[in-house]
Ligand binder design. Structure first.
Ligand SMILES: [Ca+2]
Ligand SMILES: [Ca+2]
Ligand SMILES: [Ca+2]
Length: 314
């Protein structure tokens, strides 16, 4: 109001032209936009500036700071960034965001990565189960099974079991069917011109037989999973012999020979790293059994007819 009164007095007493509506000398033409700080303001602008207070604007942000992020829509505080590692190394990359069966999930092949790639709602489902090798584990324990654990495929070994005499190292000690076979010991009597085969080493000691070693092994039982046949030992005509026939040639039934027991069990066909068991039969009844290919090949020259009676083990 003070400015209005002052300018009104000046117009009335100094500038006669203003009363007549004419512009004072040097004033711009009507319609022109001229800003001149030295020129006195118009009455309208003076009135406006004197009655409307200027708007109050917020202070500008500091030039070197970014504006704070808007708060989450649910009103909760935003998650705090992970603290840097204490040792000063670069922080690990963040884990991939989980996928779910939502409308934005794009189905892919499920792999062991901690994510629900096929969008069925379960991460890493349906993986594992394939066989794998757990070497240096031995025997059946090497037969592992793949499993997806903590986003990593791992090969889990099998636990040791009980030796089943099925051509497996089920107890994982590195030896197949250990404890399932028996060694067969051989001795020879020159006087009787007879070979004696026995599970008992030294059976012929003291009765004229000389030990010749333990040339092969047979399974102790035929009740395991392998298809095996009993090999019986007989004595007849002053000689020992073996056969898979419980009454070979009817000699037992007519009293021509005696069944002395079961030596062991042989395989009719090659089984579990077996080797052929050759029988040499002399015309005088003398029988020889061997898995030694060289000895077997020499028998015909010594008067023996040979045949493969089955398969034994070293
Ligand atoms: Ca899945
Ligand atoms: Ca997955
Ligand atoms: Ca074993």
């Amino acid at each position: 109001m003070r400015t209005v009164r002052k300018w009104t007095l000046a117009c009335a007493t100094v500038i006669a032209g203003c009363a007549s509506g004419r512009a004072p000398p040097g004033a711009p033409d009507a319609g022109a936009t001229v800003l001149d700080a030295s020129a006195p303001p118009s009455i309208d602008s003076a009135l406006e500036s004197s009655t409307v207070p200027p708007p109050v604007l917020p202070p500008p942000p500091p030039p070197d700071s970014a504006p704070p992020p808007p708060p989450p829509g649910d009103g909760s505080a935003p998650p705090a960034p992970p603290p840097p590692p204490a040792d000063g190394s670069a922080p690990p990359p963040p884990p991939p965001p989980p996928r779910d069966a939502g409308p934005t999930c794009v189905p892919a092949v499920e792999t062991c990565n901690g994510r629900d790639d096929d969008c069925d709602g379960t991460a890493d489902d349906g993986l594992g189960g394939a066989p794998c090798d757990t070497a240096p584990a031995m025997g059946e324990c090497r037969r592992g099974t793949l499993a997806c654990e903590s986003a990593t495929l791992v090969c889990s070994p099998s636990a040791p079991g009980v030796e089943t005499c099925g051509c497996l190292d089920a107890d994982c000690d590195g030896e197949v069917d250990d404890g399932c076979r028996v060694r067969i010991h051989r001795s020879y009597s020159a006087d009787a011109e007879d070979h004696l085969y026995s599970r008992t080493e030294g059976e012929g000691d003291g009765v004229g037989y000389v030990r010749e070693g333990s040339p092969f092994a047979l399974y102790a039982s035929g009740s395991g999973p392998l298809a095996l046949s009993a090999l019986y030992r007989f004595f007849g005509g002053g000689k020992h012999f073996a056969s898979t026939d419980f009454d070979p040639g009817g000699c037992v039934s007519i009293g021509g020979c005696v069944l002395e027991g079961t030596l062991g069990f042989i395989a009719p066909t090659p089984t579990c790293d077996s080797v052929p068991l050759t029988e040499g039969r002399h015309a005088n009844g003398h029988r020889v059994y061997t898995i030694d290919a060289v000895e077997a090949a020499s028998l015909p020259s010594l008067g023996f007819a040979t045949r493969i009676v089955g398969h034994a083990w070293r």
